[in-house]
Write a protein that binds this ligand. Sequence first.
Ligand SMILES: [Zn+2]
Length: 332
Amino acid sequence: MNRAWIESLPKIELHCHLDGSVHRSRIRAFLAGRGEALPADFDRRISVSEDCPSLTEYLRCFELPLRWLQTEEGLEQAVIDLLRDAEKENTRYIEIRFAPALHLEGGLSYDQVFRALERGRAQGEKETGVLCRFIVCAMRHHSEAQNLSVLEAAQRYFPDLICAADLAGDENAFPTTLHTAFFRRAQALGIPYTIHSGETGNKANIVTALELNAQRLGHGIAMAGDAELTERCRERGVGIEMCPTSNFQTKASAGWAEYPLKAYLAAGLKASLNTDNRTVSRTDLNREYLRAMEEGGCSRAEILTLLKNACDVSFAPAEWKRQYLKELAEYR
Ligand SMILES: [Zn+2]
């Protein structure tokens, strides 16, 4: 009963990485096309399970998909595949993340990467009716100059294709304080941003994100139990993009018993549910919502609040948001 209800809901996905969500069959075909044998541990090379030991192990699963995503055809197809997946689960709007600098190994320019995504989106939106925007990720281990160059290239595609910026990668080794110039520049350009913050215990990155006026936080788990930080986020209406399955796999959280989802909702935070990486985490958006109900103990009212929050903090056009909230209001 819960499943049918979850599936019927019009949904929004705010935190989904393109390279972590490519279809297994595409990578198999890519390797076969190059005459490479399928690695014996293929499944473990692209997806983790709940016994994944750490974020480091998790991040290894991006290597193979990124090899495929070095051509315009690959990028285009990956977007179409993802929009088809979104349509099947009744997701109406999706913000897809990608790091432009990770798609240049085959000789593509930033513009070629953006245009390939634009073509994939045009076909995918037309075919599925799912509305799609992209978030450009700077990488924590890249230099300030390299990340700023991504922003300069991306600004020409804002706001129709690119709706926001983000910072991804190893949070502890490369804290957000190293990248303040990137966000100051985004602010000057009028590009909003969400920042991966507090995924694996680093509360300082959440504090920095607030100082930088981030509109949203990716994960935000490290804030659990900190009343003052929670209140600061509530006051500003900062969106918290939660990704339960991924958070358990990376050991950001030990499990539902201590997962702060219901606590964040009770505190009035703009929390939402997301997949993070559909292929790496072996999940989809219906599964995240179903788990929140059946394992996390969320009520129907709380599920509807999560969707309303996602809409409120999304970077979707204002008119689209109004229509969506009108439709959502009919669900009980
Ligand atoms: Zn992420």
